[in-house]
Design a protein around this ligand. Structure first.
Ligand SMILES: NC(=O)CC[C@H](N)C(=O)O
Length: 203
C-alpha cells in the first residue's frame, strides 16, 4: 500500500486526555493524525496513540463508547500502538494500584504501577538517553506517572529512572507496541512521534 508507507494514518484515542498535543506532534512527524472516538475510526487507522490523562476515566469511557472490544481486537491483530503515561497503563497487561474494576486494553507484557513516583514527588523532569532516538537526550516530563514494575521476556526496556538505588523502566517496546511513562508531546521534541510514525510505516 503506497499510501500507507508515505503518510500513515495514526489515530489518537480521543475519549479523554491530552489529545490535541499528540495530533500536532504526529502531524509534525509526517503522519496523518485523526481523533478516534468511534469503532469505525478504530478500523480506519494504521497506528494508534493513547494519550496521557486519567486511566480509570479513560477505561470507563472506552467501554461506554463501545471501543474496548474493537481496540483489543486490533491490538491483538498487531496494530502498532504508542501509549504515554495513562496510555502506557491502558496498554499494560497488568496494573498495580489500579482502581477497583479498572481494566486495560493490554498487549504489552508488563506490569505497571500507577502513580508510582507519587510517593517521591508528583511531577518532575529528567533527561533520558534512548538509543533509538539518537545521541541527544530526551527531556522526559513525568506527571503523576506510572513506572514499569516488571516485564516479560519479549519486552525491551528503552530507558529507566533511578529512584532510591533501584532502576524503574519508563520506556518499553514489545514489537510494534511502545510505551513511555513520560509526555513527549509537551516538549516540542517530536522524536518519539517520528520514531513511532516510522514504526507504523514499516509495519
Ligand atoms: N499524566 C498521566 O497520564 C497520569 C496517569 C494517571 N496517574 C493514571 O493513573 O491514569
Amino acid at each position: 500500500m503506497p499510501g500507507v508507507s508515505a503518510q500513515p494514518t495514526i489515530g489518537v484515542l480521543a475519549v479523554q486526555g491530552d489529545v490535541r498535543e499528540h495530533v500536532q506532534a504526529l502531524q509534525l512527524a509526517g503522519a496523518r493524525a485523526i481523533a478516534v472516538r468511534r469503532p469505525s475510526e478504530v478500523e480506519a487507522v494504521d497506528g494508534l496513540v493513547i494519550p496521557g490523562g486519567e486511566s480509570t476515566t479513560m477505561d470507563k469511557l472506552v467501554r461506554i463508547f463501545d471501543l474496548h472490544e474493537p481496540l483489543v481486537a486490533r491490538l491483538q491483530d498487531g496494530l502498532p500502538a504508542y501509549g504515554s503515561c495513562a496510555g502506557m497503563i491502558m496498554l499494560a497487561d497488568r496494573i498495580l494500584d489500579g482502581h477497583r474494576d479498572q481494566q486495560t486494553l493490554g498487549g504489552l507484557d508488563i506490569t505497571v504501577r500507577r502513580n508510582a513516583f507519587g510517593r517521591q514527588v508528583d511531577s518532575f523532569e529528567e533527561d533520558l538517553r534512548i538509543r533509538e532516538l539518537g545521541p541527544e537526550p530526551v527531556r522526559a516530563v513525568f506527571i503523576r506517572a506510572p513506572w514499569v514494575e516488571d516485564v516479560g521476556d519479549a519486552v525491551q526496556v528503552l530507558a529507566s529512572v533511578r529512584v532510591e538505588g533501584a532502576d524503574h523502566p519508563v520506556a518499553v517496546r514489545q514489537g510494534n507496541l511502545v510505551a513511555t511513562s513520560f509526555h513527549p508531546e509537551v516538549t516540542g521534541d517530536h522524536r518519539v512521534h517520528a520514531w513511532f510514525t516510522d514504526l507504523v510505516r514499516r509495519a
